[in-house]
Design a protein around this ligand. Sequence first.
Ligand SMILES: Nc1nc2c([nH]c(=O)n2[C@H]2C[C@H](O)[C@@H](COP(=O)(O)OP(=O)(O)OP(=O)(O)O)O2)c(=O)[nH]1
Length: 136
Amino acid sequence: MKKTVKVVAAIIENNQNEILCALRSHQMSIPNKWEFPGGKVEEGENYQEALEREISEELKCKIKAGDIINDNTHEYEKFIINLISIEAKIVEGTPVATEHAKLIWLPKENLDSIIWAPADIPAVKEIMQANEGAPQ
Ligand SMILES: Nc1nc2c([nH]c(=O)n2[C@H]2C[C@H](O)[C@@H](COP(=O)(O)OP(=O)(O)OP(=O)(O)O)O2)c(=O)[nH]1
């Protein structure tokens, strides 16, 4: 049976209505695909704690994690992922790519211009749809 992994991902928004997108490097699993930064939830952690830890390890900045905006289960060839996407704000520092090939801030309306990890697509759609109804 395939293993199910629980992964939290940060939807980090800046003051310009842009979202932080991270490119997985060619050495990582699911290489060369874009994702929201984050990682696996460890035992004893709640989602927000896991996300705040992952971001400080991975991007060397501090975030405050908020509400869940999407919860998607996706079956990859080798495992099943339960990807929980959570709103977040940077409270200290500037994100630095320590593992990713690249970090970019993308306006919400352009989120569909890059190639996402398949599990992320429902969250991307949700963010874009919510943005369509928002005042500019
Ligand atoms: N952080 C993150 N991971 C994602 C997203 N979408 C998605 O399919 N994933 C997958 C990639 C990884 O297989 C797993 C996250 O694990 P991880 O962040 O600890 O990454 P990792 O590269 O160390 O994982 P692995 O190679 O050991 O499997 O979830 C996403 O938006 N954010």
